[in-house]
Write a new protein. Structure first.
Length: 199
């Protein structure tokens, strides 16, 4: 991992890092049924199972963006304070949970490095690593980022980052990033290995 110089890290900590709102809005595209979901809020374990079903649709059966959007919305349900009475979505709270994740990306790699794209399989693995840490280990914050950068980045924010990255990568690079066939056991051309980031 390439680390930024210390003075750059200090500068980035106080710098407002912009979350790509256009990608976030396109990914979520909140449908009407979201505002009628069951109360009281289901347990995290039940919501986790809902995510698993939707992940099967998107990753294993190569479903469309509707499945990906559904996964993102379920993450917001786990967060719990995004949807308010009536038809109000607290976008400011969504941005608050995502901004630290993009700051960490700036420190680990470079500004807007995510725009170069990711293989779907790489973001899939990262997504479940963060989701499992939150649901099963009951960790709210990513301890590694807190220790290295003194930034409180949440696991749920990282989950949304992964989903936004998948959406952006497929929209921008298409088949170059779409390796979902590997989830069905189909070999990749060449040596069968997956590079993490599109060069």
């Amino acid at each position: 991992m390439v680390s930024a110089p210390k003075n750059y890290i200090e500068e980035a900590k106080v710098e407002s890092y912009t979350v790509p709102i256009d990608i976030l809005v396109s990914l979520l595209d909140i449908p009407d049924y979201v505002f009628n979901w069951e109360k009281p809020i289901p347990s995290n374990q039940k919501l986790y199972m809902d995510i698993m079903k939707k992940c099967v649709e998107f990753f294993y059966y190569e479903g469309g963006y509707f499945s990906l959007s559904d996964i993102a919305i379920t993450i917001l349900k786990i967060k719990g304070d995004i949807f308010e009475s009536g038809r109000t979505i607290r976008w400011d709270r969504i941005i608050e949970m995502m901004e630290p994740v993009y700051k960490v990306g700036l420190l680990k790699y470079s500004r807007n490095s995510w725009r170069r794209g990711f293989k779907v399989s790489v973001m899939y693995n990262a997504f479940f690593r963060h989701l499992n840490a939150f649901v099963f280990k009951k960790e709210t914050w990513d301890a590694e980022n807190l220790e290295k950068f003194e930034i409180h980045s949440s696991h749920l924010g990282a989950c949304l980052f992964c989903l936004c990255s998948i959406y952006h990568s497929l929209e921008t690079y298409g088949d170059e990033c779409d390796d979902r066939h590997l989830f069905k056991g189909e070999p990749e051309d060449g040596e069968g290995t997956i590079s993490g980031r599109v060069s």
